[in-house]
Design a protein around this ligand. Structure first.
Ligand code: NOJ
Length: 553
């Protein structure tokens, strides 16, 4: 075993640009597995489940913030960048998690919350003592609320201004999120340095990179919307240089919920962020599926610029936040709300607080089809914990808590998550999403389960570099509206992916350009020849919401 571990580690270290091929798994420590029965998931609980993750096939975990925090924004309100939240464990546990993950060829990235801290952070506690305090300029202050009026409010449901009055400082402070999350002042070189120092601390512990939270908002300038400013990019380039110097294999994954052309800027010339979430693709996958029309996907891919060779998109279906509808038109937003959030309670800010399975009517074929899109479109995919077994949501919990309920490991009342009868959040007990119906243990015994389909998709994806590295081209087919048909090509490998968005079975004809195919191509999962070739065209019967991944070479 030990020898194997060394081999794994060497493989990991010698894989440049590993993130182009990686399959990520987003995990909320508090929700994953409680090892000590206090009702909160913890780091040791995650360590216990590493074999599960290895078996699923993912190769990088993204951990939501695990730092000391009053948890008013589930840890995105950091009170100490240099420690672990006591509910989750210790720095020692964390180091062990990273080491144990590495032994299994799994990398670990964590949130780096650059834009703001908790108001409980000692920097803010000092800063609010007044303008003479050396830490005052760590934050953005003003005597009035007049500045930066063109900046939008992001947490529309709870905040009515980006300025809040601080009684102690007798000044207003700037915040893009909750008023308990004052924004750091990146015009202050000390702040810039301090956050590099934070990054170094975690890199030194062996972490493989960061998901960089809320990066468009680092800098404010009058007369702008205070997003994506050149000075913000300058700082991120500095962060990139720093990371490259200290831990060359580590990555920066950008959370910039912006249009593709604006996100493109975060890759710089390959000298800024390694990866960026493709936010606009996500709602369009849901739009396309409900409309049974590929147009929304076509339009956004068309609008997506080329990125540097060493950069990669990150695609996702769901995450720990609401399904954000910021990157759609007003009309599309209304339509999405009508379709996917008929109950007002399902809506939040400019989005929808629901998980993948309930969004897709808990329809197995639709969920699988959404995964087929996720795993085959350009970019490296992220799976949100619990979505691999089709967990549900609880819209009656506050804020986004309804999509952060305990992971369901088995059919017991606490879902095998905790021995504590009162976990941090109720287990989702709503039939058919309750632990008796949705849990890992049962699905691992059933080869036809969503768990196995996901696992197979991951396994197949990992053996074909065209998915991570390849070009993308739409295929000409008889049903361009209902079927998302495309080629992924890389170094002589050519794959043809077919996704039937419609609820009808379809007799599909696909043109096979310039290629002499003598036999129907094999399906990547079964190896079985699929369809028939007639006059240089491939004829495939697609089931309703069916998909095929075919190998043309
Ligand atoms: C984005 C995170 O995904 C979200 O959960 C958080 O509330 C905000 N950033 C503020 O940090």
């Amino acid at each position: 075993m030990f020898a194997n571990n060394i081999a794994y580690n060497l493989t990991m270290q010698k894989t440049p640009l590993w993130y182009k091929d990686a399959i990520f798994y987003e995990l909320y420590i508090r929700a994953f597995n409680d090892s000590d029965g206090d009702g909160h998931g913890d780091i040791r609980g995650v360590i216990e489940k590493l074999d599960y993750l290895q078996d699923l096939g993912i190769n990088c975990i993204w951990l939501l913030p695990m730092f000391p925090s009053p948890l008013k924004d589930d840890g995105y309100d950091v009170a100490d960048f240099y420690n672990i939240h006591p509910d989750y464990g210790t720095l020692h546990d964390f180091k062990e998690l990273v080491d144990e993950a590495h032994k299994r060829s799994i990398r670990v990235i964590a949130d780096l919350v650059l834009n703001h801290t908790s108001d409980q952070h000692p920097w803010f506690q000092e800063a609010r003592k007044g303008p003479d305090n050396p830490k005052h300029d760590f934050y953005v202050w003003s005597d009035t609320q007049e500045k930066y009026q063109d900046a939008r409010i992001i947490f529309l449901d709870t905040e009515d201004s980006n300025w809040s009055w601080d009684e102690e400082a007798k000044r207003y402070f700037w915040h893009r999120f909750y008023s308990s999350q004052p924004d750091l002042n990146y015009d202050n070189p000390e702040v810039q340095e301090a956050m590099l120092h934070v990054a170094k601390f975690w890199l030194d512990l062996g972490i493989d990179g960061f998901r960089c939270d809320a990066i468009p908002y680092l800098i404010e300038r009058e007369g702008t919307n205070c997003e994506n400013l050149p000075e913000t990019h300058l700082y991120l380039k500095k962060l990139r240089r720093f990371v490259d110097e200290h831990a060359a294999d580590s990555i920066l994954l950008s959370e910039a919920n912006q249009w593709p052309e604006d996100v493109r800027e975060y890759f710089g010339d390959g000298d800024e962020m390694h990866m960026a979430f493709h936010f606009p693709v996500m709602p369009r996958l849901f739009m396309a599926m409900r409309k049974e029309d590929t147009t929304p996907i076509r339009e956004i891919i068309e609008r997506t610029p080329e990125i540097p060779q060493n950069a990669q998109w990150c695609t996702f279906l769901r995450n720990h936040d609401e399904l954000t509808l910021e990157m759609v038109t007003e009309e599309e937003r209304q339509w999405m709300w009508e379709q996917y959030a008929p109950e007002p309670r399902m809506r939040q800010n400019l989005g929808i607080r629901r998980r993948l399975a309930p969004l897709l009517d808990n329809d197995f074929n639709k969920i699988v089809l959404a995964n087929s899109l996720l795993f085959t479109l350009p970019g490296s995919p992220i799976v949100y914990y619990g979505d691999e077994i089709g967990m549900g949501d609880n819209i009656w919990l506050k804020d986004r808590d309804g999509v952060r309920t305990p992971m369901q490991w088995n059919a017991s009342p606490q879902a095998g998550f905790s021995s504590n009868a009162e976990p941090y959040s109720p287990v989702n007990n709503e039939v058919p999403y309750d632990p008796a119906h949705v849990n890992v243990e049962d699905q691992m015994r059933d080869l036809a389960s969503l768990y196995y389909v996901t696992k197979n998709m991951i396994a197949v994806r990992k053996t074909h570099r065209a998915f991570g590295w390849g070009t993308f081209e739409w295929a000409n087919s008889s049903h361009p509206t209902q079927v998302a048909a495309y080629y992924r090509r890389h170094e002589g490998e050519e794959l043809l992916i077919l996704n039937n968005l419609s609820g009808e079975s379809i007799d599909l004809w696909v043109e096979i350009p310039e290629r002499q195919l003598f036999f129907p191509p094999p399906n990547l999962f079964t190896g079985r020849a699929t369809g028939e070739l007639v006059d240089g065209r491939l004829h495939v019967k697609l089931a309703s919401h069916g998909y095929e991944w075919l190998k043309l070479t």
